[in-house]
Design a protein around this ligand. Sequence first.
Ligand code: MG
Length: 392
Amino acid sequence: MTPVESGGYRSRRTLEDNESRQLAPSASCSAQSRGRLYPEKEHEFRTAYQRDRDRVVHSRAFRRLQYKTQVFVHHEGDHYRNRLTHTLEGAQITRTIARVLGLNEDLAEAIALAHDLGHTPFGHAGERVLAEMLASDGGFDHNRQCLRVVDLLEQRHIDYPGLNLSDETREGILKHGCHWTHPVQLPELLAQRSLEAQVADAADEIAYLNHDLDDALRAEILNFEMIEDLPLLGNLMREIRGQHGAIPDPVFRSWIVRGMIDGLVTDLIATSCARIEAAGLDSSEAVRRQATRTIALSAEVDRARRELKSFLFDRFYNHSTVLSRTRRAESVVGDLFRVFCEDPARLPEGVRERFSGEGEARAIADYVAGMTDRFALAEHRKILGSDAGIDF
Ligand code: MG
């Protein structure tokens, strides 16, 4: 049965027409997409970017985010964030900002949902080790790995590798440009990326600063007194106490985070709106040719953001409890990479088959990087024994 444009049914063409009528001139319209690496027939009722988002959500790498560390390892508590919940919180903030600015919410969401697919087990600790081990073999970086996941490592088609995402979503994944060899054609990169990509970046940081603060308070690595002198936070805490008096800690904590997210997002929207207008941005191409990013916080709030970030580095990410876990995580990832290099027979056949095309080190790095925390720990125990000195 061919769907008909009646009874409220909206075809892709209707959605595309709506986009060109309703979105801001600086937004990315899906009908103007630069396309995919491997041309495909358009979908009847989903736009190019909606399909990208759906492909990311249905990918294996996306499901694995559930068992990858944000800061706390998964079994340390059921209420701490993992990469999946971080990604969902970031995507939710992304959608809010994109909608208010009249940008393409579907593209921004696709980028936000994909942005951490290249993370190794144990977060940045695993990334640091692989970068060291691959120093003379082209290096390792989670953004690059993310593009490898969506372009090469996911298997969804018999004719080509990867998810075959649109050029705009792939551009959004490349946060810091591309300084490495990539086996398939890279997305087009100009001075800046689309506003949707810039929003996803900004929302990622707003999400992690706030949920990491929340998790650090929950874990009692930080307490309310320690954060009271920080700009933004101090005023917000005094305001909440002034209005509501004594409130239970869990409620106070969640109101602090809620107020912080709201304050940062509101400032980002107002500042970015003014910048779009001042620069007269009338197309997504004009955005890409700008010398600097358009999506930004005001100078004052940005200073406060930087202060909160460096406070979290000093007092949370580099706290002895977190650091000792980081060191153990580095040992697990380092041991696995070394063992597989020394004895490739331990690898699944599918990984060894990739040696000739990718080189041994890169194929092993792809395999280790794809592991979840718990799979990496189980492999480590299986290969090196339970007394290998790794006790999480
Ligand atoms: Mg992130």
